[in-house]
Every structure is written in structure tokens, then in C-alpha cells.
Design a protein around this ligand. Sequence first.
Ligand code: PLP
Length: 270
Amino acid sequence: MEEAICRDLDAGKKPFAVIGNIGTTNTGSIDPLEKMGAIAKKYNLWFHVDGAFGGSILISPIYRNLAKGVELSDSLSWDTHKWLMQTYSCSTLIVQDKSNLLNSFTEHPEYLADVNSSEHNDSWDLGPEMSRPHRAIKLWYTLQATGTNLLAELIKYSFFNANLVKYELNKLPNWKIISNPSCGTINFRYEPDGLSDEQLNTLTDCISKEIIKSGFAYIVTTTLRERKTLRMCIINANTTKDDIQRTVALLNEIAVRETERVRCASLDKA
Ligand SMILES: *Cc1c(COP(=O)(O)O)cnc(C)c1O
């Protein structure tokens, strides 16, 4: 990252922000935020952390240390409609210095002259929306009803379940973990001998289509370094160990069957 910043500076460009991640969408990966924060400070760059998905690990006493350095950020986005079970939408933005929001968004139209207050900041001074729903109330209600301890258990359970997928896959031949479990997310694929890269991509697509068609589990693909992979993101509190074991067993059954189909299709072509 520092090299990229210096390259830009040498080319006469003016870098102004860096963005780190707690839990990328594809793999659940977490950036080394402490190091990023130090570099951002050195070059006087705005440091934003995208915790849309994984920001919820900050609730967990066990896992929050993975996001060490988040406290150095200028802003953190955090979607509680992902891991914390809120209905769409319940996005939050947490900032270090509120005056940046006030300076960016405060407006004083004449029709609001009588409602502007100086003691509290009205929501329209903090963001682009004026009329908006009270999105925070549902999150507040969940926090009151469940408490953060129970939500921390949910985070722990998701990490556990993604590891369970890995454990179950490792018992079977030909399954390869493409990215290790992180934040309840894991990527893997079936790689039997003798198939080309293209055939493995086709096979991965077929496995996903077939398991979705079965109605038992909804497992889609993503692409990592040009390889199609299967991706599971297991953050539902109702998912059981049995669900996971049966899903892996069904994936395997489908994979064995589809491998034969892909092999035959290429023979037909030849
Ligand atoms: C979901 C997600 C977003 C987008 O958030 P929306 O609330 O859908 O706009 C951004 N970054 C990451 C890492 C996400 O998982």
C-alpha cells in the first residue's frame, strides 16, 4: 500500500484516502488495520474501514482483536442488516470527528429556520437524507431484547460453522479449500484429477446450479484469482450442525455426478 501511495505521489497525483476491510464480501478477509492506519497517518490520508459485513465482530470479545487498528480509522461503515439480523436497511456510519459530517452536510434552508437547534445535531445535518425512517430503533430494540452477549454468541457460532464446513470437506477426496474460513465465510471447490481449468470452472458452476435446484441449500459461486469457487457464508443463527453436514454430503454427491457429466461432454466434443 505504501508503495502504491509513493508511486502516485511521484506521478504528481494526490492520494487522499485508503480503505481497509473487516470481512470482505468474497472471502470474509480482514485487512491488517493497524499497519494501514499507521501508513494513512504518515501520509495524512483519510482512513475508512469497510465493516459493512464483518464490523459485527467488534461485538465479540473473542474475535474483535482480529480488527485491531479499527480505532485508528476516521470512519467505519457497519451494516447491522447483515450479521445482526436486522431487516433492510440498517446501515451505520461511525466517525471519529462529527464536525466532518456537519461541515459536509449542514444546510440552512429558510424553511427550516425555526427548527434548527444548536444543542443537538439534526439528522439532516449529518447525512444526505432529510426525511428518513428511524432505522436505529430496530437495532436498539434487538440490543435491548437480546443483549450483546447473545449477539456475540451468534458471531462465534458463525465462525464455528464455517470451520465445520472445512472440517467436513477435508474428510472427502478432491475438495480443496480456496480461502480459509473467516468471518463465517469459506470458499472451496471440487478439483478431481484430469480436468482442465476451464472444466473445473464449468464443474463448479454446475454444482452450484444443481444444489440450488435441489432446494436444499443456496450455494452460489464467486471468482477468486480467475478460479470459480463455491462460497458459503453461514451467518444464520438457525443453521444447525446437521444442516451443514447434510449440505456438504449433498454437495459431494452432486460433485461426483457432475464430474462424470463434464468428462463425458468433453469426450463428445473430442
Ligand atoms: C454488503 C457490503 C457492502 C454494501 O453494503 P450495502 O448496505 O448493501 O450498501 C459493502 N462492503 C461490504 C464488505 C459488504 O459486505
